[in-house]
Design a protein around this ligand. Structure first.
Ligand SMILES: Nc1ncnc2c1ncn2[C@@H]1O[C@H](COP(=O)(O)OP(=O)(O)OP(=O)(O)O)[C@@H](O)[C@H]1O
Ligand SMILES: [Mg+2]
Length: 309
């Protein structure tokens, strides 16, 4: 047996609770515990990401079957769940990692399921011994959950003499020692991550799960925007729909750094909500509909108003 199961009491969270935070999803109570099926629904409610969803469904089924086999005293395969996430910024990597943490907690694979997100500066020190100490400290924080290393390839940037190498060694050792209750996810741009894995052959076999996060299409970005608004109980007026679409098309033309980036949508939406508030605040009487509607004038990018022509 290469993984331990932590039986957890499960409780249902009422749908109402789930829709009360203004900026929910990323601000939900970390201790909130859900049934695996509900967490799978949360995963499936994400826009696009078909390959990611399929792979996680596979892992979900595999873990369940391993548990059932274990109950029947059948031999079980070692469960190695360390992962490599390849993709551009804003393609959903952190969001998916957070869901995976919650899923594994609900399934009893991890005791806590929290996500600790770090980058090179959190792991690598400036003098001998400092790096091992810093890396161990982050591993300690992540125990029972996921240690998510963003731009992980930067650990190998400086070659053999760099302290990044020391951090990799500490991480690899921890993956063996704490494999029962810690999952490591290395994330970064596709090309850089592939180079990283190639130049560190010891890592390849330790990370059996590679997930690619493609850039979102304009349509997917638009649907992500609608979903974000829907969760916050807002909706787009027809002219606002056109304005949002226009910005997305503009911003996702080839070569633009915002291509396929869901963070761009989030910024536009959060800004629109604030602008709607400013637009409405002086009005003495407001209908429910007015409180929900985002107008075209609320949808702007970088201070520029995108009026409908
Ligand atoms: N498929 C999706 N469906 C709905 N919302 C999404 C989806 N993907 C991303 N988002 C939202 O877009 C925002 C950015 O996503 P996230 O932070 O997960 O991206 P990331 O890949 O981790 O980016 P970075 O590499 O810059 O850290 C978040 O607010 C997230 O909720
Ligand atoms: Mg991220």
């Amino acid at each position: 047996m290469n993984f331990r199961l932590h039986p957890q009491p499960l409780r249902n969270v009422h749908t109402k609770d789930k829709h009360q935070n203004l900026f929910l999803n990323n601000k939900k109570d970390d201790n909130e515990q859900l049934k695996p099926e509900i967490i799978m629904q949360e995963l499936n409610a994400l826009i696009g990401l078909t390959e990611v969803k399929n792979l996680i469904s596979e892992i979900y089924a595999f873990v369940q079957i391993q548990k059932r086999r274990e109950r029947e005293k059948l031999c079980t395969d070692p469960l190695v769940l360390h992962m490599i996430f390849k993709g551009n910024p804003g393609t959903g990597k952190t969001t998916v990692a957070r869901i995976i943490g919650k899923l594994f907690r609900a399934m009893g694979v991890l005791s806590k399921g929290h996500l600790i997100e770090v980058e090179r500066a959190d792991l690598v020190g400036e003098y001998i011994g400092h790096t091992a100490h810093k890396t161990r400290e982050q591993l300690r924080r992540a125990l029972g959950g996921i240690l998510f290393i963003d731009e992980a390839y930067s650990l190998a940037r400086g070659g053999e003499k760099d302290f990044g190498k020391e951090s990799i060694d500490v991480l690899v050792k921890a993956m063996e020692d704490q494999k029962d209750n810690l999952i490591l996810i290395l994330a970064g741009y596709k090309k850089e991550m592939e180079w990283f894995i190639r130049t560190n052959p010891g890592l390849y076999s330790r990370f059996p799960l590679h997930i690619t996060f493609p850039d979102y299409s304009v349509e997917e970005l638009y649907r992500i925007g609608e979903l974000m608004l829907h969760k916050r109980q807002y909706k787009l007026a027809p002219e606002a729909q056109a304005a949002l679409r226009r910005i997305l098309i503009e911003q996702t033309t080839k070569g633009n750094q915002n291509e396929g980036n869901a963070r761009l949508v989030r910024n536009i939406i959060e800004r629109a909500i604030r602008r709607q508030a400013v637009r409405l605040v002086k009005k003495p009487r407001l209908t429910r509909e007015e409180l929900m509607l985002i107008q075209a004038e609320d949808i702007i990018l970088n201070g520029r108003i995108n009026w409908v022509n």
